[in-house]
Design a protein around this ligand. Structure first.
Ligand code: CP
Ligand code: NVA
Length: 318
């Protein structure tokens, strides 16, 4: 069955950052994701955009949502998934570039979760004929941000002018959300402890691509930042790879916990968002996680639909 939204290709070979998407591609991807979601709910099959294609999943860090949603996404688009152990790719048996030159002889794409974004960039640069997807690095988590904007669109109808406050570490999730928020027209505030703010490069990139009146403000005051927000977002205080800092960070970030008192400062209709996994009782309380205003499992579901749209547009048959 032919989808009503035509599946054209993205201009970039890789999706290592939300910034790889032109604004029109960003809009098109989200529209296709919404359409694929409706089709799946009706029990209809997806366009077989990856039929006959092989995609590898190479993850150096743990994952529940990203791994499972990418496996389902590739399969539902008619492709084959390979999940080699990460040590054969990143374990130092050969250079990352030599691994990439091998992989591109067999695969249409690789979906990578690793530490430094630079490692992902090296694979993407070496493999000139293989698509590379960022499934989380220390610096960015662009697939999460696509699902998050999709979720906001579902909840509010439009994302333009929505006030979203991210409370916590200016980390990978915050960076990609800020990129996507700039394209989606969000009025975004990021409240972090001093020394844990969003990097200045991310702020500059957001200013460069902002449209539909999007704004980005940094704050060190969680209550002021949340006041009147339509959506409150948080993430873990210590990301994967920062486990040794967890205790110190827990003390520093304590005033930034998303609890009922903090949510009371937001709009009464405010949704709560978290990329998950959540550390209940640390960055967010049970009451907030379990409240009817929590959109966290919608976000998790939308990972699947957004990533199907991404894969179809990035490496699918036209
Ligand atoms: N949100 C997210 O990326 O979850 P996983 O780490 O479980 O993949
Ligand atoms: N910031 C978190 C996100 C997990 C999905 C991490 O990198 O561990």
């Amino acid at each position: 069955m032919t989808p009503t939204t035509p599946v054209s290709r993205l201009a970039a070979k890789d999706f290592v950052s939300v910034l790889d998407l032109a604004p029109a591609e960003f809009d098109h991807l989200l529209a296709l994701a919404a359409e694929l979601k409706v089709r799946r709910a009706r029990g209809e099959s997806s366009p077989q955009a990856l039929a006959g294609r092989h995609v590898a999943i190479l993850f150096e860090k743990p994952s529940l949502r990203t791994r499972i949603t990418f496996v389902i996404a590739v399969r539902e688009l008619g492709g084959e998934v390979i999940e080699p152990p990460p040590d054969v790719v990143f374990g130092g048996r050969e250079t990352v570039e030599d691994v990439a030159h091998n992989l591109e002889r067999w695969l249409s794409g690789v979906i990578i979760r690793t530490y430094a974004q630079e490692r992902l960039a090296r694979v993407a640069a070496a493999a000139t004929r293989m698509h590379v997807v960022n499934a989380l690095t220390d610096e960015e988590h662009p697939c999460q941000a696509l699902a998050d904007i999709m979720t906001l669109g579902e909840r509010f109808g439009s994302t333009r002018g929505l006030k979203l406050t991210y409370v916590g570490d200016g980390n990978n999730v915050a960076a990609s959300l800020a990129h996507a928020g700039a394209l989606a027209g969000l009025q975004m505030t990021i409240a972090s402890p001093k020394g844990y703010e969003l990097p200045a490069t991310v702020v500059a990139d957001c200013a460069r691509v902002a449209r539909h009146g999007a704004t980005l403000t940094l704050s060190n005051d969680p209550v002021a930042a949340v006041t009147g927000a339509d959506a409150v977002y948080t993430d873990v205080w210590a990301s994967m790879g920062q486990e040794a800092e967890a205790d110190a960070r827990a003390r520093i970030f304590e005033p930034f916990q998303v609890n009922r008192d903090l949510m009371a400062a937001a709009s009464p209709r405010a949704v709560f968002m978290h990329c998950l996994p959540a550390h209940r009782g640390i960055e967010v309380t049970d009451q907030v996680m379990d409240s009817p205003n929590a959109a966290v499992f919608d976000q998790a579901e939308n990972r699947l639909h957004a990533q199907k749209a991404l894969l179809a547009l990035l490496m699918g048959k036209g």
